[in-house]
Design a protein around this ligand. Structure first.
Ligand code: TYD
Length: 139
C-alpha cells in the first residue's frame, strides 16, 4: 500500500491536577516547515468537510477537542483514522484525497500546513483526482 498515513504522537506534559500541555515544533516534530495554521469548528455532528486532495501541500491534522473520522484515499486504497485525543496528529502528504467527518458536536480540527493558501493546489473533483492518479501527475 502506498497510502501515506503518518500517525504522530504529540509531545505532551501531562498534569492530572492542573491540566496538560501538548506542543509540536516546525521541522522537529514533523518533516516539513509550517507556513500556515487553520482550524475548522462549529461543524454540526455527522457533517463531512474536505472531499478534496492537494497536489503538493503537506499537512498535519489534530483534533484537540472532540472526535473526527478521517478517510484517506490514494485512488487504490482507502484508510480511516479516528482523531479522538489532543496528542494524536495525522500527517497527510500531497496527492491524497481526504474526507473529514465531524462525529461529535464542538469538535475542532487544527491543521498546520507546509504552505500558504493556494486554490490552484486543490483538486476538488474526484474524476480529476483519479486522472492525476492514473497519469502519475502531481505538481
Ligand atoms: P476548504 O479547504 O475547501 O475547506 P474544507 O475543509 O471544507 O474542504 O476551504 C473552505 C473555504 O475557505 C474555501 O473557500 C477556501 C477558504 N480557505 C482560505 O481562504 N484559506 C485557508 O487557509 C483555507 C484552508 C481555506
Amino acid at each position: 500500500m502506498n497510502l501515506e498515513i503518518r500517525l504522530k504522537e504529540i509531545r505532551s506534559i501531562i498534569n492530572s491536577e492542573k491540566g496538560s500541555l501538548a506542543f509540536f515544533e516546525s521541522n522537529v516534530d514533523m518533516p516539513f516547515a509550517i507556513k500556515r495554521i487553520y482550524y475548522i469548528y462549529n461543524v454540526p455532528p455527522e457533517e463531512i468537510r474536505g472531499s478534496h486532495a492537494h497536489k503538493s501541500l503537506n499537512q498535519i491534522l489534530f483534533c484537540p477537542h472532540g472526535e473526527i473520522m478521517i478517510t484517506l484515499k490514494d485512488g487504490n486504497t482507502t484508510e480511516t483514522v479516528l482523531l479522538d485525543r489532543p496528542n494524536l496528529g495525522l500527517i497527510i502528504y500531497g496527492g491524497i484525497w481526504r474526507e473529514l467527518k465531524f462525529l461529535k458536536a464542538d469538535s475542532v480540527l487544527v491543521v498546520a500546513a507546509s504552505d500558504y493558501y493556494d486554490e490552484n493546489d486543490y483538486i476538488r473533483n474526484w474524476d480529476d483526482f483519479m486522472n492525476h492518479v492514473t497519469l502519475g501527475y502531481w505538481k
